[in-house]
Design a protein around this ligand. Sequence first.
Ligand SMILES: [Zn+2]
Length: 243
Amino acid sequence: MSIERAAERLARAEHVLVVTGAGISAESGIPTFRGEGGLWRGLHAQDLATPEAFRRNPRLVWDWYRWRRGVCNEAEPNPGHQALAELERRAPDFLLLTQNVDGLHPRAGSQRLAELHGCIDQARCTICGAITHLDELQDGDDGLPSCSCGGLARPHILWFGEAYWEGTLDVGYAFAARADLVLVVGTSGMVWAPAAVADQARRAGAFMVDVNPNPSELSDAADLWLRGPSGVVLPELIRRAWS
Ligand SMILES: [Zn+2]
């Protein structure tokens, strides 16, 4: 069975790279804000998650992110998130790259983690660049989160049309060069950078396992495809690897 082969590989892997996408969040009930039906006050994410939208109407953009943050904070990490935190404790060398901004990985206990698209709980100053947890920011006179330097803070989220922050992907590519196993979870394609890092690891010789309920470009490229939701497949995979 595929899961037994994957478990055997995982148990002897020394450098484990994990890449997660929206699928693992969906299992916790987080909607894909960019997807179909992702309207808020009649607006699409593409109308809100851009630097232009923030310049035009920062209050509208913050209202949307405050609403989204509420949705994310009410959700709970699922057994897939918890299994990845457990894997981090067992693997000799480990890195988790995620495109998810909902904060569910850190809440599940993941620490060796790069949130490549930012985090819904953080803000970044538009003047000095300081990154601060939203709970530690005061609102300015305009009712919008304000940095201690007095600058307007924006959501610390990678928006449409923005490049990755400097150095963000470097840590992923450096790890990809030494990874001997790469686990791709809940992603649907290679169009986004974290999946490209996973593919780089595969090209460099890592054994690639895709965990996904539906076939994707990545399942075709992977050495093994474990079909199913991550909340079912990952706990079973780890149980078999260390039983
Ligand atoms: Zn500042």
